[in-house]
Structures are given as structure tokens and as C-alpha cells.
Ligand binder design. Sequence first.
Ligand code: GLP
Length: 256
Amino acid sequence: MQLRVLETSESVARLVALDLWESIEAGARRLGFATGRTMIDVYREFVELAEALPENWNWSGIQTYNLDEYVGLGPQNSRSFHYFMQQHLFLPLALDNAHTHVPNGLAPDLERECQEYEEIATESPIDVQLLGLGINGHIGFNEPGTPFSSTTHIVKLSGATLQQNAPDFDGSEPPGKALTMGIQTILNARRIMLVATGIAKAQALEALLYGPVGTECPASALRLHPQVSVYVDRALMDGVLERQQSKEVPTHEIRV
Ligand code: GLP
């Protein structure tokens, strides 16, 4: 696992966008995307880089796969993850709808939707999977206790997650259920880039980096994957180090 600590959340977003571009230039065509406030800056930087592309750049070979979606919300609902992706990435890049895949939270048969989504997301490995980090250590919507062998499934969201995501719902309750790629689905990706900023995630990041590998911290599963980069800002890393009551910089830290 490679840990990259940048001074500010803006520089984190910039580097993640650049690294994603580099992967595309190197041949990545199946991209896994995440939602959440952390990703807004990443996508803004990514779109900015895209604006500098030659006019004949062709997106038609790119397929995108999102991690998760709330049950009961569709692409027209401004609180859905699908809407978020359209707003921040799909529309600015003018991606073809047929090439952007998001679990369908309105599917009449949700179990079947999960099976079908798993099939398309794993029909060949995702080249690069972007991930955010929940304050309780969730990745996608895989809450603590989710088996590492899980595939795309329906999840009942924890109180901590509902609280974390409540600001996106302006006072109304977020849906209590979601569809999410499983931990195994995520680990199938060739390369994983996790992005986390802000001191509120210190406990989750500490567990990811230094805690036991186990279902209590879903993100700790990433330590089983051979190609993971974790991008964090200095404020968050300081929070982790403070928790460990040590100011020593971990040996695998890479400064940029
Ligand atoms: C939601 C998403 C996660 C994301 C998390 C982080 O819960 N399901 O995939 O990692 O938000 O959100 P934020 O970036 O807003 O902290």
C-alpha cells in the first residue's frame, strides 16, 4: 500500500485526478467511480484536465462503474448518487449514458439488480477503482461487519453513515437502504485509489492503516490488495499520528 500525504485537500484532489489521467493514458478503460463530498474536488480537477485534451479525444472506449446508490432514488432525484455523477462528471465530460453504469435504486427486483450489476462490474476487472472513506471505515456502502467475500448487495445503512450523509439531504432523512458493490467486488479491481481528507476521518484512517485487518473496519480489506494508493491531507494524517501519540512519520509515507 502506498500512502501519499499532501499539504491540502486541494492538492490531494489534483494529484488523484492526475494519477487517474495517467492510468487512462496507460490504457485503463474500465473506471470505478465513487461519490461523496471528497470526490467533488477530484472530479472538478479531472474535468479541468479533460478540457485540455485534443478535440479528437474519444471517450467511447471508456466504461464507468459506480460503487453504490440509495434504494428508492433514481437519476432524476438530485440526492441520488446517479444525479451526483451526472452533475460532476458524466455531463461535463459528455459521456454516453450507455457507458456509465450506476446501480439502479429504483429496480423493481433489487436482488436481481444486484446480481446483474455484479456481472457487468466484474465481467472483466475494473482497471482503476476510486474510493472514499466513511467515518466508520466503510468503503462504498459496505458497513462494519460486512464479509470481505461480499459481492453487490442490498445494505441497511448504519446510524453513523446516515448521520454522515444527512447534510446532503437538507434536513430530511436519507434513505435507510442502499445497493453497493461488495468488498470482494472492490478487491477485484486491478488498482485502487482511496481518497480521504479532514480530521473527522482520523479514526477510520488509523484503522485502515494500522488496525487489524478484519470486518470491523471494511477499509482494512484494502491491505489484502497488491495495488492500493491512499491519498490524504496533512490535517488528517496529523490526526492519525496524534491518535497514535507519536509524531513519527510512517516509513511508507511518500511526500509530494
Ligand atoms: C458515502 C459513499 C461512500 C463515500 C462516503 C464518503 O457514504 N457511499 O462511497 O466514501 O460517502 O463521503 P464524504 O466524501 O462525503 O466524506
